[in-house]
Write a protein that binds this ligand. Structure first.
Ligand SMILES: [Zn+2]
Length: 159
């Protein structure tokens, strides 16, 4: 058994081939297995994670297929990080978060994206990163709609 975390698709993904994030963005799908569309921002698309074990957990997908933030132009990087900051501000307000975590990982899908995780003083991972998938908590369609509408309306007010 291999002890490498490199997936069979890794080289394709690095080259922008069969990238699930590119597919998601170009298809304009309103949801996939993991998330539901919230909004398009200046250089990114925002999704609410279907697993809401961490209340308010969202994923921000960069509009362009790059692996690392350094591959963006300065203007693109500014837009992307401004989008990230905007979402952080909105999630803090909507979910009354005590802190925000921004995870830029991409070890499975190397297309720049950020897991934005509201943190709460009472959550299950004091003083360390929280794994948003360690437990599953799915909402009703009304539950998702309520969170998405709240996030959308706050995006409009802080933009
Ligand atoms: Zn991609």
């Amino acid at each position: 058994m291999s002890n490498s975390w490199k997936s069979d698709n890794w080289d394709d993904f690095i080259n922008g081939q069969n990238c699930p994030v590119c597919d998601l963005i170009s298809s304009n799908k309103s949801e996939d297995a993991h998330g539901i569309y919230i909004a398009d921002l200046s250089f990114s698309r925002l999704f609410l994670a279907k697993n809401q074990y961490v209340q308010g957990y969202c994923v921000l997908m960069c509009h362009r297929h790059v692996i690392e933030p350094y591959a963006l132009t300065t203007a693109e990087r500014t837009s992307y990080f401004n989008d990230m900051a905007l979402v952080g501000r909105v999630l803090e307000k909507v979910f009354k978060a005590d802190k925000l975590n921004y995870n830029i990982l991409g070890n499975i899908i190397p297309h720049l994206h950020t897991h934005i995780l509201p943190r709460y003083f009472t959550d299950d991972a004091p003083n360390r990163p929280i794994d948003p998938d360690v437990k599953k908590e799915y909402l009703s369609s009304e539950g998702y709609e309520e969170r998405i509408n709240l996030i959308r309306s706050h995006i409009k007010t802080v933009q």
